[in-house]
Design a protein around this ligand. Structure first.
Ligand SMILES: [Zn+2]
Length: 133
């Protein structure tokens, strides 16, 4: 992790853990390692999201099984799910992951694919046609 990420990680710990199912602004694009460490520490999915229209990075943290990520919070914006972790190491997208991507595209999002970081395994890419678990 970068010094900036280590500092943020310490702040999250001092705060008692990350907020759940809410986007927190990040002034940087988080590394895979940062999301993985956060996931392992709190046993929760974490995601790097870029909001088009606001042009800002956000960190989302969910639960062990999912993240409730909106399609678009505001008119004219698109939430781009750059990558998210799978705490249990599942190397496939979930039905929810695929449905989210399809809904985003139906809402005008230009996002074609996204990355999954399965804990303990190599990252994978998925699109709307990837078989889900
Ligand atoms: Zn997922």
């Amino acid at each position: 992790m970068t010094a900036q990420e280590t500092e943020l990680f310490e702040r999250i710990k001092a705060y008692g853990g990350p907020g759940r199912n809410v986007g927190n602004t990040l002034d940087f694009y988080p590394s895979d390692d940062f999301l993985i460490q956060l996931t392992v520490e709190y046993n929760a999915e974490s995601a790097s999201v870029f909001t088009m229209g606001k042009d800002a990075h956000f960190l989302w943290v969910g639960t062990r099984d999912t993240i409730i990520l909106p399609i678009a919070l505001y008119e004219g914006e698109h939430e781009i799910l750059i990558k998210h972790t799978h705490p249990r190491g599942t190397e496939s997208p979930s039905r929810f992951d695929i449905e989210w991507l399809v809904k985003s595209q139906n809402n005008g999002s230009p996002q074609i694919k996204s990355l999954i970081l399965p804990i303990g395994k190599n990252r994978i890419s998925f699109n709307r046609n990837t078989p889900y678990l």
